[in-house]
Design a protein around this ligand. Structure first.
Ligand SMILES: NC(=O)c1ccc[n+]([C@@H]2O[C@H](COP(=O)([O-])OP(=O)(O)OC[C@H]3O[C@@H](n4cnc5c(N)ncnc54)[C@H](O)[C@@H]3O)[C@@H](O)[C@H]2O)c1
Length: 316
C-alpha cells in the first residue's frame, strides 16, 4: 500500500461497517449523522432490521445534537456480501463479536476484499492488533479504533496499532476520527485493555472485592460514584480532580501529602512506588492540562460543570 494513494482523512466519503450489533450499529448511526455514506454488512439474518431499528432509535438524539450537512438515513445501504461492502469503502470499521479466531479470519477476509489503500479499523475492546492482524496480507493498514458504548454519543476513541501496523496509518486513523468529530487518544504502544478499560477494570475489580467481602452493597458502590467522584470525572478526569484536591498547592501538594497513604491498604491493587520521576510526571501532566488556568479558575469551571450536570439530571 502506498500512503500516496490513500485519500486524506477529511476526504473520506464512504465508511463500511462490518458487524452491525450494539457497537457496529452505533457506529453506523454516528457516521450517518456526520454526513457520511455508510455501507453495512452483518451475516445475521435479522441484522438489517435490527440495524435500522437501532439507527432510527438513535436519530432523535443525534438530530438534537446537530446533524452534519447532508446527513440522512437514506445514505445507509446494507450489503448481502462482505466483499461488495468492502469494495466501496474509504474506511472500514469492524465491530464483530469479541472472539480472537473470528477476528483473525474476518480481518483477513476484509483485507482481501478492500482496496489496498484503505485503512481497516477494529472496535475490539481488548485484543491487540498484533494478535489479530496475523493472517492479513496487508497488516500495515490494520489498526484498533476502540469506541465506547454508545459510539454515537460517547466521544472517545482509542487508536493503537499492532507490531505490523505502520505509524502513518495510526496517525491517519487518529486524524480521520478527529475530523469525524471524535475525541481521540492516539496510543504509542499496545497495552491490554488500552487506557480507559484498564481504569474501568481497576475500579470494577475493587468493587467486586468489596461486594464479595460484604464491605459495600452494589447500590452503595454505584451511589459512591454517581453522587461522588463520577460527577467530577465527567469534567476534569481523575488527575485534574486531585490537582484541585491539593488546594493552591495542586497535584504536587497532593502527592507529597497523600503519597505515603498510597501504601495503606485502601485497595487490593498494588500501588506503584512513588518515585520522584513518577511524582514529577504526574505534577507536570496536571500543569499541562491546566494550560495556564489557575486553581481558582479550574475550581470555578468544575463547579459550573457539576451544577450543569446535576441540573440536567434533575438533581440540583
Ligand atoms: N458492547 C460494548 O460496550 C463494547 C464497547 C466497545 C467495543 N466493543 C467491541 O465491539 C465489538 C462488537 O461488540 P458488540 O457489543 O457490538 O457485540 P454484538 O453481539 O452486539 O454485535 C456483534 C455483531 O456481529 C455480528 N457478527 C457475527 N459474526 C460475524 C462475522 N463473522 N462477521 C461480521 N459480523 C459478525 C453479529 O450478527 C452481531 O450483529 C466487539 O469487538 C466488542 O469487544 C464493545
Amino acid at each position: 500500500m502506498t500512503p500516496q494513494t490513500r485519500v486524506a482523512p477529511e476526504e473520506v466519503r464512504t465508511v463500511t461497517c462490518v458487524g452491525a450489533g450494539v457497537i457496529g450499529g452505533g457506529w453506523v448511526a454516528y457516521f450517518l449523522a456526520r454526513g457520511y455514506r455508510v455501507v453495512a454488512w452483518d451475516p445475521a439474518e435479522d441484522a438489517e432490521s435490527r440495524l435500522r431499528h437501532l439507527v432510527e432509535a438513535a436519530w432523535p438524539a443525534l438530530t438534537d445534537l446537530g446533524l452534519a450537512e447532508g446527513a440522512s438515513l437514506d445514505r445507509l445501504s446494507v450489503e448481502q456480501d462482505l466483499a461488495a461492502a468492502c469494495a466501496q469503502a474509504d474506511f472500514v470499521q469492524e465491530s464483530a463479536p469479541e472472539d480472537l479466531e473470528l477476528k483473525r479470519k474476518l480481518l483477513a477476509d476484509i483485507d482481501a476484499a478492500t482496496p489496498e489503500h484503505v485503512v481497516i479499523s477494529s472496535s475490539t475492546s481488548g485484543y491487540g492488533m498484533t494478535e489479530m492482524q496475523v493472517r492479513c496480507a496487508h497488516p500495515e493498514r490494520t489498526v484498533v479504533g476502540h469506541p465506547f458504548n454508545p459510539p454515537y454519543l460517547i466521544p472517545l476513541v482509542e487508536v493503537v496499532g499492532g507490531e505490523a501496523t505502520s505509524a502513518e496509518v495510526v496517525d491517519w486513523t487518529a486524524d480521520f476520527f478527529r475530523h469525524a468529530g471524535k475525541s481521540v487518544i492516539r496510543m504509542e504502544r499496545e497495552v491490554p485493555g488500552f487506557v480507559a478499560n484498564r481504569l474501568q477494570e481497576a475500579l470494577w475489580r475493587e468493587a467486586l472485592h468489596m461486594v464479595e467481602a460484604g464491605e459495600a452493597t452494589v447500590e452503595e458502590i454505584d451511589l459512591s460514584i454517581t453522587d461522588g467522584p463520577g460527577l467530577r470525572w465527567a469534567l476534569q478526569g481523575p488527575m485534574l480532580t486531585f490537582h484541585l484536591a491539593g488546594g493552591q498547592g495542586g497535584m504536587a501538594h497532593m502527592l507529597d501529602h497523600f503519597g505515603p497513604s498510597l501504601l495503606s491498604p485502601w485497595t487490593r491493587l498494588e500501588a506503584p512506588e512513588l518515585t520522584p520521576k513518577l511524582r514529577d510526571a504526574v505534577v507536570d501532566g496536571c500543569e499541562r492540562e491546566a494550560a495556564g488556568r489557575s486553581i481558582d479558575e479550574l475550581v470555578a469551571e468544575r463547579d459550573r460543570g457539576v451544577i450543569a450536570i446535576l441540573r440536567a439530571l434533575g438533581r440540583a
